[in-house]
Design a binder for this molecule. Structure first.
Ligand SMILES: [Zn+2]
Length: 286
């Protein structure tokens, strides 16, 4: 059975050989994207304005860690939307008086969520519980607790919600790259016994996609110099991440999921983990 990856199990992802910008082959220092197979010269990225000033050193370091770095195509989740989806999103922004390219405070964010809920299928404003959930999502989008969410992070979040609403699961699965499927497969195999994993492990994996940085402590976002290898499945990384949120509900681990189900249930979170920003663009439940 192909296990849904469409690849023989010993397949290796091969990165492109030429810089995506200048299309020149050079052996030295090409940055691979962690999501797609594109590679880049840092000089070319700088020349094109994709990395600027201070962030260059960070890109250089991050790209060579296990965490990796997403290229400008993969970093922008908004690019996953079709033209019609983008049009509908822009229209919603206009109607809800969201100003493009401006950051949003918690108040702005909640007001917008209330308005979209009223316009949605239920036709009602958010319940108290939904409002709390929205506030938790805001906090996840503002990991450095600056009191506002940057526009690109907000746009990524809204793009994900739209994808989740409008696209059938199979079409979401087609958005995954070979690298993402392989990482998911490795996480599945590391967590499971045989051909299934428990639902609790599946949940933990969904949280672990967001270990983009070695630590997500608010003060550590500037330096990436202490990066060690990050094991997706390491208990240390998942416990340090869960400090500021409610503990996972202690549910009976009775339900087991197989690989196709695991991938289906994780796909939106795998996509959500693409951007380089330390924000969590779609907070998994629990
Ligand atoms: Zn890429």
């Amino acid at each position: 059975m192909g296990c849904g990856t469409g690849l023989p199990s010993d397949a290796q992802v091969v990165n492109d050989e030429m810089c995506d910008v200048c299309e020149v082959w050079t052996a030295e220092s090409l940055f691979p994207c962690r999501v797609c197979t594109r590679v880049f010269h840092d000089g070319c990225l700088r020349r094109m304005g994709y990395i600027q000033g201070d962030s260059a050193a960070e890109v250089t370091e991050t790209a060579h860690t296990e965490t990796g770095w997403s290229c400008h195509y993969c970093d922008n989740l908004n690019l996953l939307l079709t033209e019609e989806e983008m049009y509908s999103l822009t229209e919603t922004f206009q109607q809800c008086k969201v100003i493009p390219d401006c950051s949003l405070t918690l108040e702005d964010f909640l007001r917008y969520r209330h308005q979209t809920a009223k316009r949605g299928s239920s036709g009602r404003a958010l319940s108290e519980e939904q409002e709390e959930q929205a506030a938790r999502q805001f906090a996840a989008l503002d990991p450095e607790r600056r009191g506002h969410v940057e526009w690109p992070d907000f746009l990524s979040h809204e793009s994900l919600l739209l994808l989740q609403q409008l696209r059938p699961q199979n079409s979401l699965l087609r958005l995954l790259t070979v690298k993402e499927r392989e990482r998911a497969r490795a996480a599945f195999l590391a967590r499971g016994s045989g051909s299934t994993v428990s639902e609790a492990e599946c949940r933990r994996a969904q949280h672990s996609w967001f270990c983009k940085r070695p630590t997500e402590a608010p003060s550590c976002s500037v330096s990436v110099s202490h990066v060690g290898p990050i094991a997706d499945s390491s208990p240390a990384s998942s416990s340090s991440k869960s400090q500021d949120k409610a503990p996972l509900p202690t549910e009976p681990e009775s339900r087991f999921v197989d690989w196709p189900t695991f991938l289906q249930e994780s796909v939106i979170y795998i996509l959500a983990a693409r951007p380089n920003s330390s924000a969590i663009h779609l907070k998994p439940p629990g």
